[in-house]
Design a protein around this ligand. Sequence first.
Ligand SMILES: [Cu+2]
Length: 225
Amino acid sequence: MITKQNKLLAHAVFLRLNAIGIAWIIVSMASGSTASAAAIAVSVTDQSGNSVPDAVIYATPRSGNIPRPLRPASIAQIEKQFTPKVTVVQTGASINFPNRDSVRHHVYSFSPAKSFEIKLYVGSPPEPVVFDKPGDVVLGCNIHDNMYAFVYVVNTPFFAKTDASGNAIIDGLPAGEFDFAIWHFAQSAPAPARPIRLRSDERLSTKISISLKTTGIGIDSQGKK
Ligand SMILES: [Cu+2]
């Protein structure tokens, strides 16, 4: 029997199994001078040269000394869509799921990084959901098949998400060594992290090209798992 839960799980597996080729390359990297903290500015394009919104970039301190501000996030349901479609949080942070519609939603995930459900509800659920493991989480709604969203959980507070023009900036970085990585829900292949070193006032400016799948985004209707 194909259940929605199985469909969603299959979708998550589907995303992983479609890995092919090299996902990203640094085209250029230049440093300049700015304020007291370091920053990484990134411009992301796809294989066709188009700007890529909703890509997650993150820099994890190699020292293991990781601040834990654990900024909470919110993913609303508005007009039967999750808003925003992509959210990034640090491991251990919580997310609220306010329902702004008059219809009830039933939010759930069966992803290994976070399995949960908030049964049929309107308004704000009494408790936020804590995302306590790193990784990608696919969200669905048990009532509305075309509702889906992604949460990416990272072991660092130093992250950003590209805007509609494919640009993102991680600011307020301390000096030191980091593993720098990028993630996108439609990426054809997982990209390995790259080591970078930042001086205290350094600003890195980087262009990254990633390969995106052009089909199979969203809930996989095959339910193969
Ligand atoms: Cu719904």
